[in-house]
Write a protein of this length. Structure first.
Ligand SMILES: [Fe+2]
Length: 397
């Protein structure tokens, strides 16, 4: 499968990244310099009262810029939420949309931007290859992303992951026009993120980087970013979870998030996500949690084909490896170490959340997932059935 043709890639990242401690205080000036006078802020109502968030609001109004707030964001945002926001705010002519929050807020900001600027039914713009009827154009409102979590990488991605609640299916919008214009990444803002969410978001990063690294389309560009991102997650995620005010760990995780997303984009990966997204769409569980439970199963499935890559990962996360050991042994250690990390973070297997999983439907969604050809070994619907049975089995982990 791996050949020279697979290594060709295109990458275009439009987003200006402003990264650093206290960069939140630059947001008002960024908007002002672009001559924006009225902005829509798309935010989760659970974080709206936090000190750092209010500092952002004050910073924006301090520059004389008006804003309206849409706070209907929830995990796994839906097309209904986009329609709700449009109904409330269509009458305003916003200059741009700020997504403040985790991936859900930023993804929803992107979806709202499409709906406010494109004619007709929003479902026509959904990016499923066979169903997308209309293309997203450059008419979208500019998006400014202010992530409050290190995880989804939505701040530097051209994707908006949205649930089609009619089918309980994760789908969304994909277009180069959906890259945020600016991403303001201030790790100080991340220090208030609760431990459980920090852990889940961190496992989303690990899955992006892992999926990129094992992808049949990976290349030296994506490999470099992926391996660095994996290394940073193993080094910093536990301290970000259990010592949330640790600015060094928060900063490293915020950086790992960007690297992981660009890696999966450039390396055209997605193995773990063929399981995590159906799980999230059907059972409304956080995406990072779904990644955390999907990752070990996918690693076991890929072990025989990817032991050389797993060995590379292990050598990078555990510098005291035994150089005499074969790749196969190091690869098994890599899986063990990944499971250990997930367990140490307190991620439980999903049978507590989902008592009666519909493995038939999950496997159907997985085999139809747009990233299924990015799994680096042939995979069938029956393989997915086995993977889900393993995930929901009592001996998982
Ligand atoms: Fe993800």
């Amino acid at each position: 499968m791996k050949n020279i043709e697979n290594r060709s890639f295109e990458i275009y990242i439009k987003t200006k990244i402003i990264f650093g401690v206290d960069s939140r205080f630059r947001i008002g000036r960024i908007l002002k310099n672009k001559n924006y006078q009225k902005v829509l802020i798309c935010i989760d109502k659970n974080i709206i009262k936090l000190k750092y968030i209010n500092e952002i609001f004050d910073n924006i109004s301090g520059e004389g810029i008006e804003y309206e707030i849409y706070d209907g964001v929830e995990i796994n945002p839906t097309i209904m939420m986009i329609m709700d926001a449009c109904q409330k705010f269509r009458k305003y002519n916003f200059d741009c949309i700020l997504g403040i929050g985790g991936g859900s807020s930023i993804d929803l900001a992107k979806g709202i931007s499409v709906a406010l600027t494109h004619e007709g039914n929003i479902y026509n713009y959904v990016s499923e290859i066979e169903n997308q009827k209309k293309l997203i154009t450059d008419a979208v409102k500019p998006i400014i992303a202010v992530p409050t979590a290190a995880g989804s990488g939505a701040e530097v991605s051209p994707v908006s992951v949205i649930v089609d609640q009619r089918r309980k299916l994760k789908t969304g919008f994909f277009s180069e026009y959906l890259f945020p214009l600016v991403a303001v990444i201030d790790p100080v803002v991340h220090t208030t993120l609760p431990p459980k969410t920090t852990a889940e978001c961190g496992l989303d990063i690990l899955s992006h980087a892992f999926d990129a690294f094992v992808s049949p389309y990976s290349n030296s560009f994506s490999d470099a970013l992926a391996i660095k991102s994996i290394e940073m997650v193993f080094k910093n995620l536990k301290s970000a979870v259990f010592d949330g005010k640790n600015l060094e760990s928060r900063s490293e995780m915020a950086m790992a998030s960007i690297l992981g997303l660009i890696a999966i984009y450039a390396g055209k990966g997605g193995s773990t996500h063929t399981i995590a997204e159906p799980l999230g769409g059907l059972y409304n569980i956080p995406h990072g949690y779904a990644c955390g439970v999907a990752l070990p199963a996918m690693m076991e499935f890929l072990l025989s084909d990817c032991s050389d890559k797993f060995a590379v990962i292990y050598r990078n996360i555990n510098k005291s490896f035994n150089p005499e050991e074969e790749d196969e042994d190091l690869a098994k250690r890599c899986i063990k170490e990944t499971k250990r990390l997930i367990l140490d973070l307190g991620i439980d297997p999903p049978w507590k959340e989902i008592s009666n999983p519909d493995i038939g439907l999950l496997s159907k969604y997985s085999i139809k997932h747009m990233a299924v050809d990015r799994v680096p070994r042939e995979i069938t619907r029956q393989d997915y059935v086995k993977l889900y049975e393993e995930i929901f089995g009592k001996s998982y982990f």
